[in-house]
Design a protein around this ligand. Structure first.
Ligand code: GLN
Ligand code: ZN
Length: 771
């Protein structure tokens, strides 16, 4: 290691890697489609990485190792897996003749093949980003299987930028891994730590030899509660960073701990041979004095600028936190709390937003400037005076700005009483709904959306461009709705949907039709792989000026004598998939959204809609990383859903839909939602969920999905029948509904029709046996 050890005074944990105009998405998808070859894809990746380095350097990250080497073709956890050889046995030999996992192997792990299931995908901590779940077992053959991280470093260096290579840290890697299919019961991936460390040490040595002065090992798992006992994690952390500390010729090590306060494991990390420790002091707090004392020999990289939301930093408050660290005698540098991969690139591109709203926001580029300003402050406090004053004034201007606080909304929320959150007893509702609906046993339905065809997308694009009138667009949507209703009649479904053709996205659609939100044009954020979403900005008090979905539902109902489901997105999901105001508790915001939805439900009822589904696929996603915080979250989230639905009359059947099947901690919350019918995912996990339902004694309607819509595969009639046979063994038939796993919008009509036909046919067979 080199002599005087300095860490850049200003840095970022990571930067968006999709490109300012989603260049990565375009290149990767072109490669998958065979339109460009591997060298063209590599070149596109280099352009993006170099563009990032130039941009960050222009914005002030000029010190060596200040620019994070966080570019990735798909996912940072997959990157780690392909560097250390974590390949599940079902893929066979993916390594090439040199024992390396090349780009094709990389994408095979991410996307699978016709025969082989890809790695599972799961949400990354409390973000809407999905990572690929590595699979580790006793047989996993760890070795260095990629030199990409070294090559990326060398490429940037050759172009004049000494970056800071990034890898998911070894402990987090193993904690995020699941046991491989071949592993014995109870196998803990962490038991492979020694072998993984050997490979990480080799990678560090290679980086050092290539001239890297620093490496960043990201350990977010250390700020969240895990199933593995804490003592075991402490031992793993101590061991990991002692082994890596001894790697020959290695760069200096920064361990980053984003997404919350590093508490129990701070002393453990402080006692290892790492040179710098990043702590999240935005979402977390400044550690207490005795913990700080432990950091005396380390460089403290203070994550004071929020990498996960888009609000402008309160520089004065950040300075307080930095000074609290500095006054403990620590060497302090400035960074973001998390990677900025969770926010869009640049707010100055959103010229359609009001200048006032823009002045409240900071996307990734603005956050760099904030970090640089704060770093300069530590050297020369006078240098930041103007910027601090401007930030303080801007934040103060939010409080009084039009639309931020609407007295009528606040009065309505303040006047809520417990009665506003409860419906009648479930048994009373069931009786009323039996009368109003007259459904057969095992009623069939779908989750809401039908395939979003090229014609629908093109009509929306033309309407947005002004190439067709709003009336023409509405006519095209009505045509599509009629087609979807006719199809369901022909297939003989019991409860119909209108297909949601008019919705670009299940959250953005509501954001565009409610007050208090704005939407962006270029604000794309990676969701997984090449998939990006454009979260809306919830900045003000939420109200509904007029009915949103009623005209479509009413039209759809006019086409059929069967019940038509009204479809709404629930308050928690609207919050989870938007950037949400930070100036009041999330629960208060959720209740405002809940009231807007409650009004919509009243209007749907008045229009003759008797079944209303309020989707909450993101209920689990916002679950806090610390168990101690989970109860309070479940309280407000469940309450906001109840507020939105509890105004419905007894005879109106309220459905909800959740996108996953592992219930664990939240089955009580699902019960608490008090929906009459809950649809969930179950096809991929082969109906395992019915055991949970049975053990819990879940007493209301439930539709465990019998058709996995995440692939074009058509489930056969017998396959659906078997799933239903399993379901009726564990759940009383009067509670059971039959439906796919999720909405059909990403599917094509060919496979959808065939699958739905099998679903109805299988249901009829099972129904006949019941009688
Ligand atoms: N109603 C939505 C749909 O069918 C639900 C989507 C979801 O759960 N993500 O598309
Ligand atoms: Zn779903």
């Amino acid at each position: 290691m080199s002599t005087a050890l300095v860490f850049p005074s200003a840095s970022l944990l990571g930067y968006p890697r999709i490109g300012r105009r989603r260049e990565l998405k375009k290149a990767v998808e072109a490669f998958w489609a065979g339109k460009i070859d591997q060298s063209a894809l590599e070149a596109a990746g280099q352009d993006i990485a170099l563009g990032t380095a130039r941009r960050l350097s222009e914005l002030g990250l000029t010190e060596p190792a200040a620019i994070p080497g966080t570019f990735s073709f798909y996912d940072q956890v997959l990157d780690a897996a392909t560097h250390i050889g974590a390949v599940p046995a079902r893929f066979g030999e993916l390594r090439n003749e040199n024992g390396q996992l090349d780009l094709n192997a990389y994408f095979t792990l991410a996307r699978g093949t016709v025969e082989i299931q890809p790695l599972e995908m799961t949400k990354f901590f409390d973000t809407n980003y999905h990572y690929l779940v590595p699979e580790v077992g006793p047989e996993t053959n760890f070795s260095v299987t990629s030199n990409r991280i070294v090559e990326q470093f060398e490429f940037a260096l050759a172009n004049g930028f000494e970056t800071r290579p990034y890898l998911v840290g070894p402990v987090t890697f193993l904690l995020l891994s699941k046991a491989s299919e071949d592993a014995p019961a109870g196998f803990n991936p962490l038991s492979r730590l020694e072998d993984v460390l050997e490979v990480y040490a080799q990678l560090l040595t290679r980086l050092g030899a290539a001239g890297a002065s620093w490496v960043q090992l990201d350990e977010p798992a250390l700020v969240s509660d895990q199933d593995v006992p804490l003592a075991e994690i402490q031992a793993a952390v101590a061991r990991a960073y002692d082994v890596l500390g001894d790697a020959p010729e290695r760069p200096a090590i920064l361990v980053s701990t984003p997404f919350g306060a590093l508490t129990e494991l701070l002393p453990t990390l402080a006692a290892t041979k790492i040179q710098a420790l990043h702590i999240d002091v935005f979402k977390g707090a400044v550690p207490c004095a005795d913990k700080l004392a432990l950091l005396a020999g380390k460089i403290v990289v203070a994550g004071v600028v929020d990498g996960h939301n888009i609000w402008r930093n309160d520089l004065a408050e950040s300075i307080n936190r930095l000074e609290a660290l500095a006054s403990a005698g620590l060497t302090v540098t400035v960074s973001t709390s998390t990677s900025t991969q969770h926010v869009p690139h640049d707010v100055t591109e959103e010229t359609q937003l009001s200048t006032q709203l823009r002045s409240w926001l900071a996307f990734a580029d603005q956050k760099v400037t904030e970090v640089v300003t704060l770093a300069a402050h530590l050297v020369d406090p006078a240098s930041s005076a103007a910027a601090v004053a401007e930030a303080t004034a801007s934040i103060a201007s939010r409080a009084g700005a039009k639309g931020v606080r609407r007295p009528e909304v606040r009065a309505r929320v303040a006047a809520l009483t417990p009665a506003d959150f409860s419906r009648s007893e479930y048994s009373v509702r069931v009786a009323a709904q039996e009368k109003s609906l007259d459904l057969p046993a095992l009623p069939t339905t779908t989750i809401g959306s039908f395939p979003q065809t090229g014609e629908i997308r093109s009509a929306r694009a033309r309407a947005n461009r002004g190439a067709i009138t709003g009336e023409e667009y509405a006519r095209l949507m009505r045509e599509e709705i009629k087609r979807v209703v006719d199809l369901q009649e022909e297939l003989d479904f019991d409860v119909l949907v209108h297909g949601e053709p008019e919705r670009n996205d299940m959250v953005q659609y509501f954001a565009e039709n409610l007050e208090g939100f704005d939407v962006t044009v270029h604000g794309w954020v990676q969701s997984y792989g090449s998939r990006c979403t454009r979260p809306s900005i919830l900045w003000g008090d939420v109200t509904r000026e007029k009915a949103i979905t009623v005209q479509w539902a009413e039209y759809a109902q006019s086409l059929t004598a069967k019940p038509m489901k009204g479809m709404l997105t629930g308050p928690v999901t609207i919050l989870a998939w938007s950037f949400v105001r930070d100036d009041q508790p999330l629960g208060d915001t959720a209740n405002q959204v809940g009231l807007a939805l409650r009004d919509e439900i009243a209007d749907l009822e008045a229009a003759g809609i008797k079944v209303i589904q309020v989707d909450e696929p993101a209920l689990r996603e916002l679950l806090p990383l610390r168990r101690a915080d989970q109860g309070a979250y479940l309280d407000w989230s469940v309450n906001s859903f109840r507020l939105s639905t509890a105004g419905a009359s007894d005879g109106t059947q309220i459905h909800t839909h959740l996108c996953y099947s592992e219930f664990g901690v939240i089955i009580d919350a699902i019960d608490g939602l008090d929906a009459d019918v809950t649809s969930i995912e179950a096809a991929r996990s082969r109906m395992e969920v019915v055991n949970d339902l049975e053990n819990h004694g879940f007493g209301r309607g439930v539709g465990p999905g019998v058709y996995d819509i995440h692939s074009p595969r058509v489930p056969g009639l017998n396959e659906v029948r078997e799933l239903l046979d399993t379901a009726v063994k564990h759940v009383p038939a009067r509670q059971l509904w039959v439906n796919p796993d999720c909405g059909l919008k990403t599917r094509g009509y060919a496979e959808t029709e065939e699958s739905l036909r099998n679903l109805v046919a299988a249901t009829k067979e099972v129904r006949a046996q019941l009688v």
